[in-house]
Write a protein that binds this ligand. Structure first.
Ligand SMILES: *Cc1c(COP(=O)(O)O)cnc(C)c1O
Length: 465
C-alpha cells in the first residue's frame, strides 16, 4: 500500500468542516471502501496527490478534462481572460464564440443558453419543455442521472445507487409525482406509456449514452423509437449529453446516431474544467425563454468569461488535434486490452465502450469451470453483437451485455473494489465505483495504455488467486 499520511491528515480535517469531507458524494470512495486521496495538482495525463504519488488519470474530473490537466492552451486562454476581469454581468463576445463552436458541432442545436452546471441545464430544460408544451408529465429512465434536480432525483444511477439512497429524503412526493420512470433501452415499456398517456407528456429526458450506471449505450432502435413517439405525441425530447457531449461522438451521441433531439443539455467538456452547463436546441423552443419568451431562467455568473475561455480553447484544441478518432482508437485499445486480460485470468467481464467513454463491468459470475461461457454473440435489439472473443470456459453463464440498470446492478462491485485499489496502488486512478465511466484524454499515450493493461494483468491474477 502506498503511504497516504498527508492525505489522511487533510481528509480527517475536512470531515470536521465539510459533510463527509467532500463537496460531491461521488468522490467519497463509499463504493470501494476506504478514504479518498487528496490531490495536489494535475499535469497532463497525471494527477499528483499531496503525498507526492503520481496516478495516470482515467477519471478526468468525471469527464471534463478531455485534454488532460493544465493543458497549455487552456491555461493560456484562462490567464488571458483573467487579466481582463472575472465577471461583468453583461454580454461578452466570448459567449458568442463558444455558442458558435457548439452550434457548428452539434447539429440539433440552433440556439443555446449557458448556465453553470449540468444540473442547472437539466432543470432549465425541463422547465422550458413544460412551459413550451403546457403539459406537466416527464419521463426519465432508471439509472439515468441528470444532476440533482428534485424532479429527476429518482432511480438516478451511480451516486444514489452507490450510497443506497434511490430516492433522496428532502424530495417531496409532490415534486416527483409527475415523473414517470421507465427501464432504459426498453422499447415496449416506452410504447405502452405513450399509448396510455402520450398526450400528457411534456418531455422525455434521456442520456442517449448513459454514463451514470457505468457506460451503457442507448440502442439505435430505442433512440429512434423515442424520437418517433415524442414527435408524434407533441412531447419534447431532451438528450442529456452533459457527459456524452464531445465524448460519445465528435458532436455527441445525437450527432453520432444522427438523431435530432429538441433540446440537448451539455456540461463537463464544454467548460474545460471550469463550471459550465448549457442547454440548446430548436430556435422555436429556445425562444420561449426570457427575455424573448416567458419561461424564466437566469444566472449571475452564467456565460462567465473564464469558463467560456476554457471551453473555447478546449473545443478548438480538440478540433486542431482531430482528436475524436484518436481518442476512440486509444479507448478501444484499453477496452480490448483489459477485456482480454480479464478473460485470460478467468474473470467474467463485459466491456461497454463508445468514443472516449468505457466501463469494465465485473459480471456476477464465479470462476467455475463447469459453467460454460456460452455467449459468443448476443442479439441486442435486433443487431448481433460480436462476442467471439468471449469463448473462455471460465466465465459466468449470463448475457454479457449491459443494457440497463437491471443488468448493470447485478455486477460484482466487490470485485470492482479490489480492481480499483490494486490499480491505485500501481499508480492508475480509476473511478471509485463500478457504476461510473472510465475516460480517455488526449494526454494519455499508447505506451501508458499498455502500462495500464500490463498492470491490470497482474491485478487480475491477484484477484483470482
Ligand atoms: C454530471 C452529469 C450531470 C450533472 O452535471 P453537474 O455539472 O454535476 O451538475 C447531468 N447529467 C449527466 C448525464 C451527467 O453526467
Amino acid at each position: 500500500m502506498l503511504n497516504h499520511d498527508r492525505s489522511h491528515t487533510i481528509f480527517s480535517e475536512a470531515q470536521n468542516l465539510i459533510p463527509g469531507g467532500v463537496n460531491s458524494p461521488a468522490r467519497a470512495f463509499g463504493a470501494v471502501g476506504g478514504e479518498p486521496i487528496v490531490m495536489e495538482r494535475g499535469e497532463g495525463a497525471y494527477l499528483i496527490d499531496v503525498d507526492g504519488h503520481r496516478y495516470l488519470d482515467y477519471v478526468q474530473s468525471w469527464g471534463p478534462m478531455i485534454l488532460g490537466h493544465a493543458h497549455p492552451s487552456v491555461v493560456e486562454a484562462v490567464q488571458a481572460a483573467l487579466l481582463k476581469g472575472t465577471s461583468f454581468g453583461a454580454p461578452t463576445e466570448t459567449e458568442n464564440k463558444l455558442a458558435k463552436l457548439i452550434i457548428d458541432l452539434v447539429p440539433s442545436i440552433e440556439k443555446i443558453r449557458f448556465v453553470n452546471s449540468g444540473t442547472e441545464a437539466a432543470m432549465s430544460a425541463i422547465r422550458l419543455a413544460r412551459g413550451f408544451t403546457g403539459r406537466t408529465k416527464i419521463v426519465k429512465f432508471i439509472g439515468n442521472y441528470h444532476g440533482h434536480v428534485d424532479a429527476l432525483l429518482v432511480a438516478a444511477g451511480s451516486s444514489a445507487a452507490t450510497l443506497g439512497v434511490p430516492n433522496s429524503p428532502g424530495v417531496t412526493p409532490g415534486t416527483v409525482a409527475d415523473t414517470i420512470l421507465l427501464p432504459y433501452n426498453n422499447v415496449d415499456a416506452l410504447k405502452k406509456t405513450f399509448q396510455e398517456i402520450g398526450k400528457e407528456i411534456a418531455a422525455v429526458i434521456v442520456e442517449p449514452v448513459a454514463g451514470n450506471m457505468g457506460c451503457v449505450i442507448g440502442s439505435s432502435n430505442f433512440l429512434y423509437e423515442l424520437r418517433h413517439l415524442t414527435q408524434t405525441n407533441g412531447a419534447v425530447l431532451i438528450f442529456d449529453e452533459v457527459l456524452s457531449g464531445f465524448r460519445a461522438g465528435k458532436g455527441g451521441a445525437g450527432q453520432r446516431f444522427s438523431i435530432t433531439p429538441d433540446i440537448t443539455t451539455l456540461g463537463k467538456v464544454i467548460g474545460g474544467g471550469l463550471p459550465v452547463g448549457a442547454y440548446g436546441g430548436k430556435a422555436e423552443i429556445m425562444n420561449n425563454i426570457l427575455p424573448v419568451g416567458k419561461v424564466f431562467q437566469a444566472g449571475t455568473l452564467s456565460g462567465n468569461p473564464l469558463a467560456m475561455a476554457a471551453g473555447i480553447s478546449t473545443i478548438r484544441t480538440l478540433q486542431e488535434l482531430n482528436a475524436f478518432p484518436i481518442l476512440e482508437r486509444k479507448m478501444t485499445m484499453l477496452a480490448e486490452g483489459l477485456e482480454d486480460e480479464a478473460r485470460s485470468a478467468g474473470i467474467p467481464v463485459a466491456v461497454e465502450q463508445i468514443g472516449s467513454m468505457m466501463t469494465l463491468f465485473f459480471l456476477a459470475g464465479h470462476k467455475d469451470n463447469t459453467e460454460k461461457y456460452h455467449v459468443s454473440s448476443t442479439t441486442f435489439n435486433g443487431s448481433t453483437v460480436d462476442r467471439s472473443t468471449a469463448t473462455s470456459s471460465t466465465g459466468g453463464c449470463f448475457a454479457n451485455k449491459i443494457i440497463d440498470w437491471e443488468t448493470a446492478s447485478m455486477c460484482n462491485t466487490q470485485r470492482y473494489a479490489t480492481f480499483f485499489w490494486n490499480m491505485l496502488d500501481r499508480g492508475f486512478y480509476f473511478p471509485c465505483s463500478q457504476f461510473e465511466v472510465f475516460f480517455m484524454s488526449t494526454a494519455i499515450t499508447e505506451s501508458e495504455i499498455q502500462q495500464t493493461i500490463d498492470a491490470a494483468k497482474e491485478v487480475f491474477k491477484i484477484m483470482v488467486s
